[in-house]
Design a protein around this ligand. Structure first.
Ligand SMILES: C[S@@+](CC[C@H](N)C(=O)[O-])C[C@H]1O[C@@H](n2cnc3c(N)ncnc32)[C@H](O)[C@@H]1O
Length: 193
C-alpha cells in the first residue's frame, strides 16, 4: 500500500534517517549482515537511503523495489552507482528467478501489506539456499498506537511479532537471531536448503 502524505514525509524525515543509520543498520550488521560480492535485494527500499548505507558492503548487485513511483524517483535521484531501483509490488516479484539473491533486507514494510505472508514466501523463493535475510518490523500494537496519534491509517492493523515469527519459520526461513527494541522486532534469518 502507498504511504499517506504524512507518513511519506515522516519516512523521509532526518529523524527516520538517523534511526536507520545509527540504530537499525548497525544492528543488522551486528547480526551478520556482512561480506562482499553479494547480490542484495531490498524490499520496500523507499527513497533509497538504505541502498546508500549498504554501499559499504560493496554488493555485486543491488536491487531496490518499492510500490511508490514517488519513492523510486527519489531513490534514482541519489545517483548511486550500480543500484537498480524499480517500481514493483513486493507480493509479486515474478520478474526475478528463484535463488536470484544472496541477501534480502527489509526495513519495516510488511505492516503495510495485507498479504504480507505472500512477501515472506517470495523472499524465501528469491534467496539462494543458505541465503540470509535481515528483517525489521514493528509489532501491530505499535502500529495501532501510531495510527491513533498520527492518523497514518495503515491498512493492516498489524501482526503481533510472535505471529510474524511463526510465519517466517513456516515459509522456511530459520530465525538465527532476534532482538526486540521498543516494540520492534529485528531478525536475522536464513533460508534452509
Ligand atoms: C514504512 S516505509 C519504509 C521505507 C524504507 N524501507 C525506510 O526504512 O525508510 C514502507 C515502504 O514500503 C513501501 N510499500 C508498501 N507496500 C508495498 C508493496 N506492496 N510492495 C513494495 N513496496 C511497498 C512503501 O511505498 C514505503 O516506501
Amino acid at each position: 500500500m502507498k504511504l499517506c502524505q504524512n507518513e511519506f514525509k515522516a519516512m523521509n524525515h532526518p529523524l527516520r534517517r538517523f534511526s536507520q543509520r545509527r540504530i537499525e543498520y548497525p544492528l543488522f550488521k551486528r547480526m551478520g549482515l556482512a561480506g562482499s560480492c553479494m547480490r542484495i535485494l531490498e524490499i520496500g527500499c523507499g527513497s533509497g537511503y538504505g541502498a546508500g548505507l549498504m554501499r559499504d558492503l560493496k554488493p555485486t548487485r543491488y536491487v531496490g523495489v518499492d510500490i511508490m513511483p514517488e519513492q523510486i524517483a527519489l531513490a534514482k535521484r541519489r545517483g548511486l552507482p550500480n543500484c537498480d531501483f524499480r517500481v514493483l509490488d513486493a507480493t509479486d516479484l515474478c520478474c526475478f528467478e528463484d535463488g536470484s539473491f544472496d541477501v534480502i533486507v527489509i526495513f519495516g514494510i510488511l505492516h503495510h501489506i495485507p498479504t504480507w505472508r505472500r512477501v515472506l514466501a517470495e523472499a524465501r523463493r528469491l534467496l539462494v539456499p543458505g541465503g540470509r535475510m535481515f528483517l525489521e518490523e514493528p509489532d501491530g500494537r505499535v502500529i495501532s498506537a501510531w495510527d491513533k496519534i498520527f492518523k497514518w491509517g495503515h491498512p493492516v492493523k498489524g501482526f503481533i511479532l510472535p505471529e510474524l515469527e511463526g510465519e517466517v519459520e513456516r515459509v522456511g526461513l530459520r530465525i538465527k537471531q532476534k532482538k526486540k527494541i521498543a516494540g520492534f522486532g529485528v531478525y536475522s534469518l536464513q533460508r534452509g536448503p
